[in-house]
Design a binder for this molecule. Structure first.
Ligand code: HEC
Ligand SMILES: [Cu+2]
Length: 382
């Protein structure tokens, strides 16, 4: 039960308070919230984006709170660019204001000179075409300083690019993007899971990214920049978390109706816990222990769940939906929509389209007893 060891509060649903999300009706509330947002339009969205970026209580999805060396490099460069560009903006605005102010003073002087002379032969003195600071100022401020600034930015960007190249790594993980969930495979051990990336803290992990349908993009802002997942090509990326913790990654390339609810939990464990997790995950025994769980397994195979969801060491080998071998230890349901609790699982299976409209899991007609048994069985898989 490695997952129970996370600090209380390390797992939260995607939006809102944990209490709200844990209620069985939270899926519908999300829907209502989403409709309200559209109605309030862009300003509401922009405000929400700022809130989400700056004020999220635990900063699990924030590039401003780096949790690894790559993200630290990116954050540093970001702040540097904001500072330099902010400085240039202020300087240019100040010069513009000074020019406007000087121009109107000259014009005033010209007008009063004209009325005093009361004659056509006397024209107002023309405004000087050259800066009072001289032509040298224009060359220095208009060409030399910008060239210097751009050169510094270029050098620092290239330096960051080099620092972000994938380092040597002992662990390779394959991540496949699906509409609208993440398949995760550890080729060295054969472990397959979904919507959750378990990594050891303090060492770089190599990722082989691809997609099963359309283009997706993986972005774990606390740990590194974005990399696309393409259908016909494997892209290499890497992640490193300095210390143990839970982060949230998000699909960052619009991939269909539930693109926004395509989250990936990244769980960084101390190396010994990672090894223990790897060990138990390989040795998983799917044999049900109780009578209701056995009935649940029967329902699983009778109603066709196994055609889409694999469970290791059983006859369930479907790959169209997430692998459910370790489903009981998973933190969330349906790529981060709600926390993984028996009540939420019940609601998900009873009505997958209610919680995540447009996702690719069909509705299955089940009796109350079948549903109870199924939930019992799935929660026992860890
Ligand atoms: C036609 C294929 C298909 C069938 C049949 C199907 N599912 Fe799914 N299921 C999916 C897909 C696709 C997803 C991913 C949905 C998403 O997150 O966008 C999913 C997601 C899930 C999840 C969430 C997994 C996770 O990691 O979050 C569970 C649990 C689940 N299904 C259970 C079941 C059960 C139980 C049945 C049988 C009653 C069933 N499914 C039948 C395709 C299917
Ligand atoms: Cu996607």
């Amino acid at each position: 039960m490695w997952h129970r060891r996370f600090p209380a509060g390390s797992e939260r649903s995607e939006r809102g308070s944990p209490a709200q999300s844990a209620t069985p009706t939270s899926g519908r509330r999300h829907g209502i919230a989403a409709r309200g947002l559209r109605a309030r339009g862009f300003s509401g969205l922009a405000g929400l984006a700022i809130l989400a970026a700056g004020c999220h209580a635990d900063n699990r999805q924030s590039m401003l709170h780096p949790g690894g060396s790559a993200a630290a490099e990116i954050a540093w460069l970001t702040w540097f660019l904001i500072a330099v560009c902010g400085g240039v903006f202020v300087a240019v605005m100040a010069l513009t204001a000074a020019a406007v102010w000087r121009r109107s003073e000259t014009a005033d002087a010209g007008e009063s000179a004209e009325s005093a002379a009361d004659s056509e032969s006397r024209k107002p003195p023309p405004a000087s075409p050259v800066s009072p600071l001289g032509a040298g100022f224009i060359i220095v401020a208009g060409a030399v300083i910008p060239a210097l600034i751009l050169t510094v930015i270029l050098v620092l960007s290239v330096k960051a690019q080099v620092a972000l190249a994938p380092p040597e790594s002992d662990i390779t993980i394959r991540v496949v993007g699906h509409q609208f969930w993440w398949e995760v495979e550890y080729p060295e051990t054969g472990i397959v899971t979904a919507n959750e990336l378990i990594i050891p803290a303090g060492e770089p992990v190599r990722l082989e990214l691809s997609a099963a349908d359309v283009i997706h993009s993986l972005w774990a802002p606390n740990l590194n920049g974005k990399t696309d997942l393409l259908p016909d090509k494997v892209n290499i990326a890497w992640l490193e978390s300095d210390s143990p913790g839970v982060y949230r990654a998000q699909c960052a390339e619009y991939c269909g109706v539930q693109h926004a609810l395509m989250a990936l939990r990244i769980v960084a464990l101390p190396r010994d816990e990672y090894d223990a997790w790897s060990e138990t995950s390989q040795a998983s025994d799917p044999e049900p222990a109780t009578e209701p769980q056995r009935r649940g397994r029967d329902v699983y195979f009778r109603t066709g769940c196994h055609n889409c969801h694999a469970i290791a060491h059983t006859a369930a080998t479907g790959r169209r939906g997430p692998d459910l071998t370790h489903f009981g230890s998973r933190l969330t349901i349906a790529a981060g929509v709600v926390p993984n609790t028996p009540e939420n699982l019940r609601e998900w299976i009873a009505n997958p389209q209610g919680m995540k409209p447009g996702n690719l899991m069909p509705h299955t007609e089940l009796t109350r007893d079948e549903l109870d048994a199924l939930v019992d069985y799935l929660m026992s898989l860890d």
